[in-house]
Design a protein around this ligand. Sequence first.
Ligand code: ATP
Ligand code: TYD
Length: 237
Amino acid sequence: MEKRDELYAGKAKSVYRTDDPDRLILHFRDDTSAFDGKKKEALARKGMVNNKFNAFIMGKLQAAGIPTHFDGLLSDTECVVKKLDMIPVECVVRNLAAGGLVRRLGVEEGMTLTPPTFELFLKNDEKGDPMINESLAETFGWATPEQLARMKELTFKVNEVLKQLFLDGGMLLVDYKLEFGVFKGEIVLGDEFSPDGCRLWDEMTREKLDKDRFRQGLGGVIEAYEEVGRRIGIAFD
Ligand code: ATP
Ligand code: TYD
């Protein structure tokens, strides 16, 4: 596989074309951002940790029958993926109340959500990723009702697989964000799953082991990501 020109540089990853028009290379950088890019920092080892973390999770999801874009690791910080036509809608499932939900509704952080909630956000940094709904997505052409139904089904299927995986490692999967795209007519899970796009708490102490450590300036960000990985069986070196 030959790496060609850069297609896009996001806040945390750079995307490269390859000699195969259907494949891209994702380069996980050390750059970390929060609050729609307003807080930024480079954290040593983060690119490597998230690349390997994502590869492990995508493998688990693929094995559970969830179609993903992931093809394989290319290096410590790069992987090969199918080139998707990305749908600009982020799917969020919450098992416990935290973050935006607590701010919006004033509910208590940590309350169990039964059943888990499902929310949609428009992927648009300038507008601060506003919350949307299925009606708006259809009207403005961001996704069809059929695509949204499939995205919701897959997002909840991911919850069943990952809630148990993290629980086996003594952690609670509080919430997470997924992005999907279309590959040859099929809805496929894209982007990444790592502690950057989810919340994970220690089951007993409820210590935060995810990107909230960065958002809240708690320190030990990458150490926490590695601890999560170690608990679910990922070897980082
Ligand atoms: P955010 O942090 O809100 O996800 P970003 O664009 O800054 O936004 P990065 O992770 O830095 O995020 O950039 C990666 C980009 O690559 C994202 O725009 C993502 O939607 C896109 N992407 C991920 N997987 C694929 C894929 N398989 N095909 C095409 N584009 C993809
Ligand atoms: P949420 O609580 O709505 O937002 P915030 O991070 O501002 O408190 O986010 C729910 C989960 O989804 C959380 O684990 C972060 C993740 N997420 C992203 O990674 N990117 C996004 O653009 C959105 C909307 C959520």
